[in-house]
Design a protein around this ligand. Structure first.
Ligand SMILES: [Zn+2]
Length: 346
């Protein structure tokens, strides 16, 4: 059941918006009533009323290590005030999804870029938060760094992630030196143009990792196979008008339940029970140690009770897409969507 990536974009936007309207009033009222707990040098927070556009979640890639014609590697963008984009993971080919927005006349949900505000230049992608370093979450890093650079991004990409992130980013810059030196010698790009990433490794007890006038981003440990504490994270993004939680890859995790409380939109990985049960026992053991079944996700969603549950990174494991959806709908009667690439939730 593969449709054009953006064919149901309007429908998804409407569906998410209806459910969120009431909660968002409550959240913004709470934010306004709560004094800042940050130091004086923290940025002045924009209020929900001051936003020019609702905070939007865009699934630029919903894939896994499996090859799937409709799904780029995993990457989720949070766009606040049509001004700043916060990117969570950078899987293979995610940047190509941006092109669909231009083709469908939806360019303007992303920030304008100079020198041509209407061109879909990826130079607004300058903040990347990594959940972990499995390749399906980081294969797009070279593209993020170098494609943005060639298209004249004026600032380096800031990258937050687990231990090892610096090795990955430095390795990308090293691996692509022939390309970088060739372009520096032939294109009218400044010698100082930033093709690099500025890395911050977050450690085993990350907490709040980033704040600006729009968002507070916190990272928390999740349980993903043999990755240790500090090597696999979920993220909580508190924007003026809503709170978004992204699970990363994880089996059911008590720490996720704690940090996802109050989420308006919960984006969570998922795998099909039927698909998993058709695998060998060794593979089942691995999958259950690393990932979350539809039935387990239903329990998690009931506890968190988000306005909208968005299933990302679906591991069908050979089961048809309809089967995964049926498993979820039979186990959970809340508002739930299986994300496609190019979906927008607000
Ligand atoms: Zn993954």
């Amino acid at each position: 059941m593969q449709t054009s990536p953006l064919s149901n974009l309007n429908q998804r936007v409407a569906r998410a918006s209806r459910g969120l309207a009431m909660t968002l009033t409550t959240v913004s009222a709470l934010l306004l009533a709560t004094p800042s707990t940050h130091a004086d040098d923290s940025p002045q927070q924009v209020s929900a009323e001051e936003l020019q556009a609702p905070t939007r979640v865009v699934t630029l890639g919903t894939g896994t290590p499996s090859i799937d014609a409709g799904r780029a590697g995993t990457a989720t963008a949070v766009i606040v005030n049509q001004d700043q984009v916060y990117l969570f993971d950078a899987g293979s080919g995610f940047m190509q999804t941006l092109g669909h927005f231009e083709a469908e006349g939806k360019r303007d949900i992303f920030p304008p870029t100079s020198p041509n505000p209407n061109a879909m230049l990826p130079t607004f992608l300058d903040k990347l938060f990594l959940t972990h370093l499995d390749s399906d979450h980081i294969l797009g890093i070279p593209e993020l760094l170098l494609r943005g650079w060639v298209l004249e991004r004026q600032q380096p990409v800031r990258i937050w992630g687990p231990a090892g992130t610096r090795t990955v980013v430095d390795g990308v810059v090293e691996a692509y030196q022939p390309d970088i030196q060739h372009r520096l010698g032939s294109l009218p790009i400044s010698e100082e143009a930033p093709y690099t990433g500025i890395v911050e490794e977050l450690g085993s007890d990350p907490g709040t990792v980033y704040q600006d006038r729009y968002v507070t981003v916190s990272a928390f440990n999740v349980d993903h196979g043999s990755w240790e504490q500090g090597e696999a994270y979920g993220y909580r993004i508190e924007a003026p008008d809503k709170t978004i939680v992204i699970s990363g890859d994880t089996r059911p995790s008590p720490n996720l339940l704690e940090h996802a409380k109050g989420a308006d939109i919960l984006l969570h990985e998922v795998m099909s029970v039927a698909g998993m049960e058709a695998m060998s026992q060794d593979w089942q053991n691995y999958m259950l140690d690393a990932h979350t079944t539809t039935h387990q996700l239903a329990e998690i969603a009931r506890e968190i009770d988000p306005e909208l549950l968005v299933m990302i990174h679906p591991l069908f494991l050979g089961a048809p897409e309809e089967v995964l959806l049926e498993e979820m709908q039979a186990a959970y009667d809340g508002n739930v969507v299986l994300a496609d690439d190019g979906d927008v939730f607000e």
